[in-house]
Write a protein that binds this ligand. Structure first.
Ligand code: GNR
Ligand code: NI
Length: 175
């Protein structure tokens, strides 16, 4: 399985709403494997299928130090959210080099299917809880920059377009 291409903001496909997975079959397991490989290669702690232009409810997360504890969430649903909120610096592989503060639930319980199609529930807190909420937003077509002011968002949009243009230029020069 080769690496998947991560869509970059402001690509309109990042705003598509993902559909539930009908059956956890070989195709979905291949997608999960490709997403894990892509996330580890990019040194991210999470990835939503939306970011690789697959609009189905699939998320991979790994916030462990050794990056050896993958959390696979298929058709995830939040079944509990703490009243307590935390504000943390967030980044996104679809908005490289941009980090800003976002408020999230401090802890959540998520119910999902694993890679064998078995339902399980998991209570998470800290970075993992933030990541679950960040990835679930992706499945709804929502990006973390949408929590920022329109002014900041516009600056980020311009910065990303410039970055993409410069990278394309670089690739053409090397060809
Ligand atoms: O790698 C990532 N780091 C991160 C840091 C703070 C809050 C959320 C994240 S998720 C991000 C990977 C990503 O873009 N997932 O969609
Ligand atoms: Ni993201």
């Amino acid at each position: 399985m080769s690496l998947l291409t991560i869509l970059r903001y402001p690509d309109p496909r990042l705003h598509k709403r993902a559909q539930p997975v009908a059956e956890v079959d070989a195709r979905i397991r291949r997608l999960v494997d490709g997403m894990l490989q892509t996330m580890y290669d990019a040194e991210g702690v999470g990835l939503a299928a939306t970011q690789v232009d697959v609009h189905e409810r699939v998320i991979v997360i790994d916030t462990s130090e050794k990056q050896d504890q993958a959390l696979i969430l298929i058709n995830p649903e939040l079944v509990w959210c703490s009243d307590e909120r935390v504000v943390g610096e967030e980044g996104c592989l679809s908005v490289p080099t941009v980090y800003d503060k976002v408020e999230r639930h401090a802890a959540v319980t998520v119910a999902a299917l694993d890679r064998d199609g078995h339902r399980y529930e998991r209570r998470v807190e800290g970075l993992t809880a933030v990541c679950v909420q960040h990835e679930m937003d992706h499945l709804l077509g929502k990006m973390f920059v949408e929590y920022l002011s329109p002014f900041k968002r516009d600056r980020i949009r311009t910065k990303m377009l410039k970055k993409t243009r410069e990278e394309q230029q670089e690739l053409r020069q090397r060809a």
